[in-house]
Design a protein around this ligand. Structure first.
Ligand code: TZP
Ligand code: MG
Length: 211
C-alpha cells in the first residue's frame, strides 16, 4: 500500500529562503514519503521547471511526487499525482485525463466532503485544517481531532491530516486514525528542514508502532 506517512508540502514563502527544489531535497533527506509542490503565484512555465526537477529528485529517492492544483503540470511533469481542493477541477473530470495509476488527492473539511471525495474516486483525502494554521489564509474552520476518527469510520481511502500538524500532535493524529501527516511549517519553516523531517518521521513511525 502507498505510504503517505510524512507528506511535506513545499512553500518558498514560509521557508527560510529556500527554493521548492531545495526544500524537496532536504525533506527527502529527512525521510519524507511524499513531496507536494505547492505555489499559487508562479507562472506555468516556472512551476513546470520546478516540477521537472522535483520529479527527478523524488524518482531517484523512491518518494511520491504530487502537484497541487495543476493537473496539466502534474501530467506533463510525470508526477505521481495531483492534489485538488474543493474549488479545483472535480475528480470525476480529472480522472479521465490522467494516466493509469495516477493519484488524485482531494481536500475535505467535513465528513460529507470526505464521503463525496471517496464516491468520486479520490485516492486519498487531505483532511483539515485539524488545528489552527497560519500557513493558509482561507483554510476554513478548524475541524479538530474528533473528525479524523469520524471520517475513518466511514471512509476507506487513506486520510492525510493537515493544518497545524507537527511534533506536538503527531501522536494524537495517528491515534485518532490518520494514515499520514501533511505539513508545511513544521518542516519547511524550520532552520534544519532535514532534521525536522527526520524527527517528525520518527514520531509517526513510533505512534504507528504503538497503535
Ligand atoms: N491546507 C489546509 S491547511 C494548509 C493547507 C495547505 C496549511 C498547512 O500548513 P501548516 O503550516 O502545516 O499548518
Ligand atoms: Mg487547490
Amino acid at each position: 500500500m502507498t505510504a503517505y506517512d510524512l507528506y511535506v508540502i513545499t512553500d518558498e514563502g514560509l521557508s527560510k529562503g529556500l527554493t521548492h527544489v531545495e526544500i524537496a531535497r532536504r525533506a527527502i533527506a529527512g525521510g519524507a514519503d511524499v513531496i507536494q509542490l505547492r505555489d499559487k503565484s508562479m507562472s506555468g512555465e516556472e512551476l513546470m521547471e520546478c516540477a521537472v526537477q522535483i520529479r527527478t529528485l523524488t524518482k531517484e529517492a523512491g518518494v511520491l511526487f504530487i502537484v497541487n492544483d495543476r493537473l496539466d503540470i502534474a501530467i506533463a511533469s510525470k508526477a505521481d499525482g495531483v492534489h485538488l481542493g474543493q474549488e479545483d477541477i472535480p475528480v470525476k473530470l480529472a480522472r479521465p485525463l490522467a494516466p493509469p495509476g495516477f493519484i488524485i488527492g482531494v481536500s475535505a473539511g467535513t465528513l460529507e466532503e470526505a464521503l463525496q471525495a471517496e464516491r468520486d474516486g479520490a485516492d486519498y483525502i487531505g483532511l483539515g485544517p485539524i488545528c489552527h494554521t497560519g500557513s493558509k489564509k482561507d483554510a476554513g474552520p478548524v475541524c479538530g481531532f474528533g473528525l479524523i476518527t469520524g471520517v475513518k469510520k466511514h471512509v476507506s481511502i487513506p486520510v492525510i491530516v493537515i493544518g497545524g500538524i507537527g511534533p506536538d500532535n503527531a501522536k494524537e493524529s495517528i491515534s485518532a486514525g490518520a494514515d499520514g501527516l501533511a505539513v508545511i511549517s513544521a518542516v519547511v519553516s524550520q532552520d534544519d528542514v532535514t532534521g525536522a523531517a527526520k524527527h517528525l518521521k520518527a514520531l509517526i513511525k513510533e505512534a504507528k508502532r504503538q497503535k
